[in-house]
Design a protein around this ligand. Structure first.
Ligand SMILES: C[S@@+](CC[C@H](N)C(=O)[O-])C[C@H]1O[C@@H](n2cnc3c(N)ncnc32)[C@H](O)[C@@H]1O
Length: 391
């Protein structure tokens, strides 16, 4: 890698170090229990002695009926092998520091004889060779040959992957035909590489969403918001737009949204440049509208493919998926609500739909007849079984 590029990659990698809490993992994974029995689970961005994904699966190994658990960690991770417990297993010493390992677990039982199974038993079972903990030959990159071979051996991949490599991570999973449960940013919904997967029902959203707190390494700098240090000196960051993504079937996906509103022209204005109505809150989707509706991206948390069809997405300049605007504006501009151009995006072409007439919500700003802006991305959907229109 050229100097500048590798530096950028290193900076990005450092910003990827958000460690997921066990409680968040438990809250999500309880919905997938039926999928784990007899399966090989891979956590491929996970230091076995730091990651709570590894901890969750190893401590629930027998209860979930898992066949094999594999975890690999990345040498670029600042916490790789920094924990005493791993040195305990490997024998402490410089030679073991910052090396990527793979952990392969096929049996979990009370080895220490204290009547329960905990991480000490797991460490002992590595030490005495019942399970395997060996150094990887490469750096533990999920794209490396040896890690891809482990992926091919696994049935389900479960982790919080590096945020900066999310697109590549997902495409690797799909190329290798894997089932998965992963954490990502809600913004991924609108990525041009990712949205088509949602639209084609190849991936969907899991249960948890919104705010999540993560442990972060010592080198993370203090910030005014969404950052704190706990009584043990551990640094934390929270993120407000976290989502779980999966391609495993879950009950939620088959639950129908109960629609209580009915369409009327004054409450559901149409767009000027696309034949659809604006529904600014998912809960307000009218039960009887037969045409296309523009909804916020958070609709995806409620999406049931038997109830709705997704016809497209418009997300600013980025992407027009499946959408042909009925009017070809020359002068879309990214503007603030008050009409001034935004710093980075000002003046760029923007294909978002625009409300007809004067919007009352203020979500959309119309500068003049030809220069228009919408602030929010919209997903376009159609109800597959609209109720009959009241006459
Ligand atoms: C968001 S953190 C999550 C860590 C852990 N999975 C968890 O949930 O606590 C992403 C992890 O991926 C690791 N990572 C970064 N680049 C990677 C790569 N190319 N291959 C594998 N892991 C990588 C980082 O070091 C980091 O520990």
């Amino acid at each position: 890698m050229a100097g500048n590029k590798s530096l950028k990659a290193a900076v990005r990698a450092k910003e990827d170090e958000f460690y997921t809490q066990l409680t968040d993992i438990e809250k999500e994974l309880r919905h997938y229990k039926q999928h784990f029995r007899g399966k090989t689970i891979l956590c491929n961005c996970d230091d076995p002695f730091e990651s709570n994904f590894f901890k969750y699966f190893v401590l629930n190994f027998n209860r979930l009926g898992i066949k094999k658990l594999i975890a690999t960690c990345y040498s670029g991770s600042p916490i790789a092998n920094q924990q005493l417990s791993l040195f305990d297993v490997l024998g402490s010493g410089e030679e073991n520091a910052n090396k990527p390992y793979k952990a392969i677990v096929t049996q979990v039982y009370d080895q220490t004889g204290d009547g329960g199974v905990d991480m000490l038993d797991v460490a002992e079972l590595f030490k005495n060779g019942v399970n395997e903990l060996v150094e990887l030959t490469g750096d533990g990159d999920f794209r490396s040959e040896e890690c891809l071979a482990l992926m091919d051996e696994s049935d389900i991949v479960v982790t919080n992957p590096p945020f900066s490599l999310f697109r590549e991570y997902v495409s690797t999973l799909l190329e290798h035909n894997k089932h998965f449960i992963i954490i990502g940013s809600q913004n991924a919904i609108t990525y041009k590489e990712f949205f088509p997967l949602l639209m084609q029902n190849k991936v969907w959203l899991g249960y948890g969403n919104g705010d999540m707190s993560f442990r972060v390494p010592e080198y993370f700098e203090a910030r005014e918001t969404r950052f704190w240090v706990d009584e043990d000196g551990q640094k934390w960051r929270s993120l407000g737009n976290i989502a779980w993504f999966t391609n495993l079937d879950i009950r939620k996906r088959h639950e129908e949204m109960i629609l209580v509103r009915r369409y009327n022209i004054s409450e559901y204005p149409g767009y000027d440049n696309y034949d659809a109505i604006e529904v600014s809150k998912t809960a307000d989707i009218p039960c009887d509208f037969t045409g296309v509706m523009g909804v916020p991206i958070t609709f995806m948390y409620k999406y049931n493919p038997d109830q709705f069809e997704i016809v497209g997405l418009v997300n600013g300049k980025d992407y027009l998926a499946g959408i042909k605007t009925t009017k070809n504006y020359k002068d879309y501009e990214e503007t603030r609500q008050n009409g001034t151009k935004t710093g980075s995006g000002g003046g760029k072409i923007n294909g978002n739909p625009v409300l007809r007439g004067k919007p009352k919500s203020g979500n959309y700003f119309v500068l003049n007849d030809e220069v228009v802006h919408s602030t929010y991305a919209r997903i376009f959907i159609r109800n597959k079984h609209p109720e009959e229109v009241n006459k």
